[in-house]
Design a protein around this ligand. Structure first.
Ligand SMILES: Nc1ncnc2c1ncn2[C@@H]1O[C@H](COP(=O)(O)OP(=O)(O)O)[C@@H](O)[C@H]1O
Ligand SMILES: [Mg+2]
Length: 392
């Protein structure tokens, strides 16, 4: 009896152990299966993409022609570039055909199979930022007199053009904001757009001249056209110095290209009279190198300096950026005193840094110590920049 029972128990443990391994294997196979399934999906997707590409490559080229007449029952008369006219069918996917449209025509049956997408303004939209900003005047600390001036020069003419008509004066076409980086120039431009419910179009001078070699001038033209179409518009041109720097010699082709782009900008500004509700706000950190042609009367003749904030303004800016923070006994006035030479952007950075110090120490409120450390940290980056300038 005894040995038999032992055997049974023994074999039971073996069975148990085996079962455990099988289950484990099963689990592993399950994971492997899942992974393989995912891979299959990926491979299938890849296959489909390649296949689509292949189909596209095999497709015969389409002819481009003009619509001469649109007729009932999805028929129309088209003209091919060689002048020949055809009476053709329009497939049902093609909607809203008009005389003069450029259309795609298949080579065999000469069916109209699509519109030619000119998408002129669409192209521009890829190169610029267009939005309805949410920044308000209240989110800008200090800069009181600048806000007033912008309200008078940009906001008022957009909101109450009749005031100017009655008196018989033409409001400025735009302004040039100049001053060190991070002082709120972009912010001001956005706030004007918000308060006038205008479209905000942002372009960067350096991008205009670097990215679009040979296209700069055309792009400037298209941008102004888009601005007019979306009016009221605030057209914000950042880093205008990249376009409008004085040039000693315009010998190289690159310089000539920049010059053409700049000339186009000037001519858009000059031809501006009839588009009262497009306002240009340009910004630069380098007013010293600007071509004087840009700021001649009738162009961007309102120059507004946006300097580093004084102590009072720094307090206002700190108030803006700590409004949502939980502070514990932090004297912002004292912080404003400690942040001499800080720009608005650096003040914001100091607030964020202070918050991080609190988080790192597992607190959910920010202390004076956090601010002091944050302020020191930002000052340290200045020293590094200085060293970079000296040795770099
Ligand atoms: N006066 C200010 N009040 C509040 N925040 C400011 C102020 N100036 C700068 N900032 C902060 O710094 C950021 C960068 O400022 P920005 O307007 O881009 O400067 P600039 O265009 O002059 O280089 C802003 O988004 C804002 O958070
Ligand atoms: Mg800016």
């Amino acid at each position: 009896m005894e040995p038999a029972t032992k055997d049974i128990i023994h074999s039971e443990t073996i069975v148990d152990a085996k079962q455990a391994t099988v289950e484990e294997e099963n689990l592993m196979m399950g994971t492997v299966l899942k992974r393989l399934e995912q891979e299959t999906i990926m491979l299938r997707e890849m296959f489909n993409n390649v296949n689509d590409e292949l189909t596209n490559l095999k497709k015969p080229a389409l002819l481009v022609g003009d619509v001469v007449h649109v007729l009932p029952n999805r028929k129309c008369i088209i003209r091919l570039p060689n002048g020949n006219k055809f009476y053709v069918h329009v497939i049902k996917e093609v909607q809203e055909l008009k005389t003069g449209d450029s259309v795609l025509i298949d080579q065999k049956a000469l069916n109209v199979v699509g519109h030619v997408n000119h998408a002129e303004s669409l192209d521009v939209e890829k190169f610029i930022i267009m939005q309805k900003p949410q920044e308000t005047w209240e989110q800008i600390g200090g800069l009181q007199s600048i806000k007033e001036e912008l309200k008078e020069v940009i906001e008022l003419p957009l909101k109450k053009p009749e005031l100017f008509e009655r008196v018989g004066i033409k409001p400025p076409k735009g302004v040039l904001l100049y001053g060190p980086p991070g002082t709120g120039k972009t912010l001001l431009a956005k706030a004007v757009a918000k308060s006038t419910d205008a479209t905000f179009i942002e372009v960067t001078g350096s991008e205009l001249v670097q990215k679009f070699i040979g296209e700069g001038a055309k792009l400037v033209k298209d941008i102004f056209e888009l601005a007019r179409k979306k009016a009221p518009t605030i057209l914000f041109i950042d880093e205008i110095d990249a376009l409008a720097a004085t040039r000693m010699d315009i010998g190289t082709s690159g310089e000539r290209e920049v010059n053409r782009t700049f000339m186009q900008l000037l001519s858009e500004l000059d031809g501006f009279k009839h588009l009262g509700n497009v306002k240009v706000i340009a910004a630069t950190n380098r007013p010293d190198i600007l071509d004087q042609a840009l700021i001649r009367p009738g162009r961007l003749d309102r120059l507004i300096e946006v300097g580093l904030p004084n102590e009072e303004s720094r307090l206002e800016i700190l108030k803006v950026h700590t409004a949502q923070m939980s502070l514990k006994a932090v004297k912002l006035k004292e912080m404003a005193r400690l942040t001499e030479d800080f720009s608005g952007a650096e003040l914001r950075a100091a607030c964020t840094e202070a918050g991080y110090f609190a988080i790192r120490e597992g607190r959910n409120h920010v202390t004076t110590g956090d601010f002091q450390k944050a302020i020191e940290k930002i000052k340290l980056t200045w020293d590094e920049e200085e060293e970079g300038k000296m040795f770099g």
